[in-house]
Design a protein around this ligand. Structure first.
Ligand code: AMP
Length: 326
């Protein structure tokens, strides 16, 4: 089944002279790596085609992968194939013109209730969309060409979305495909230098926030970052969202929540867990995502409190039925 959908996607790529790639808002390494990586594979294989990326918002964390180039005009959309990567819901696509092309394809790995597009290749059990694009390349490697830079983009997306090969979606296949990309001569030392180092100011922000972490009765860790706190330390929204890792390794705290105030005063919630499935909880608060990594939005303090209480009850039940998990 995956093979036939991949074949149909390749046929659409071959049929269209203009291809436009988009991804989700507030992009992460997988969204950026998969769009840049697939764009480069298409350009390298079919140099006569016009390939664009068209997206709002950038990620400082993976800016080292390069920029997204010139954006397409409205005219370019006529007869274009639009491929949206790493975005489960149409309303989170970082491109208002995503449905202005001739054909729309979705390639994604999120749990989804509602599909969009004329063709949809969704594999929620995959570590990342970058893994799916690496698999797409391998499936058609007699036809497709890849560059070292495209391999680097895909590798970075796999590394980041799999939590450096730790999360549930990491499989033998993930390792094989990552190994294939590594074998192309990518520079791991450079990649990890870019991914692991942070500004000294960020370290101070993290130290300040460490004392603000709270735990519920049953061990849900949570932290609120207001605009005030963030701006006082000269931090961006992306810096604030990277604080999620600060909550991730507390023993017994199998669920952790980061609340980040948006400029419009609504609050973005990042939900993460070990063992416990928190996606259904996120979807009750205007969100969704993956079993153990989801996002949501709350619109008032009461709603934030209610989310924390629900997470606490969920963790309490989970611990009762799974003693011994830390
Ligand atoms: P985040 O904490 O924003 O990195 O989100 C974790 C995962 O959930 C990512 O794969 C997001 O694409 C997804 N996600 C975040 N927010 C939402 C939302 N409101 N609806 C559906 N999926 C989301």
């Amino acid at each position: 089944m995956a093979k036939s959908i991949k074949k149909r996607i390749l046929e659409e790529i071959e049929k269209h002279d203009t291809i436009i790639l988009s991804r989700h808002i507030r992009p992460d390494g997988d969204a950026v790596g998969s769009t840049l990586g697939l764009a480069e594979i298409i350009k390298e294989t079919y140099p006569q085609k016009r390939v664009f990326l068209d997206n709002e918002g950038r990620s400082a964390e993976v800016a080292f992968l390069g920029d997204e180039g010139e954006r397409p005009t409205d005219e370019d959309y006529k007869n274009a194939l639009v491929i949206v990567l790493d975005c489960g819901d149409a309303d989170r696509i970082a491109n208002e013109r995503y449905n202005k092309g001739e054909k729309l394809i979705k390639i994604d790995h999120h749990l989804c209730e509602e599909d969009y597009g004329d063709l949809s290749w969704v594999e929620p059990e995959r570590s990342s969309v970058c893994e799916m694009i690496a698999d797409f390349y391998v499936t058609f490697k007699d036809k497709l060409k890849i560059t070292v830079h495209a391999a680097e983009c895909l590798y970075v997306g796999i590394v980041l979305d799999s939590g450096r090969f730790r999360f549930r979606g990491t499989t033998e296949q993930t390792m094989k495909l990552a190994g294939m990309l590594l074998g192309m001569g990518i520079d791991l030392e450079k990649i990890y230098a870019n991914l692991m180092t942070v500004d000294f100011e960020f370290i101070k922000f993290r130290a300040y926030l460490t004392s603000k972490i709270k735990l519920t009765e049953n061990g849900v860790a949570y932290l609120h970052i207001s605009n005030n706190m963030r701006k006082r330390h000269g931090m961006t929204q992306e810096d604030a969202s990277n604080i999620i890792t600060l909550l991730s390794n507390i023993k017994g705290s199998l669920i952790w929540l980061l609340f980040i105030e948006n400029d419009d005063k609504t609050v973005r919630v990042r939900l993460r867990s070990r063992f416990v499935e928190i996606e259904p909880l996120a979807s009750r608060y205007h969100g969704g995502g993956h079993a153990c990594a989801s996002g949501a939005t709350v619109y008032s303090e009461e709603e934030a409190k209610s989310l924390i209480a629900e997470a606490d009850a969920l963790l309490s039940d989970f611990k009762k039925s799974h003693p011994g998990l830390i």
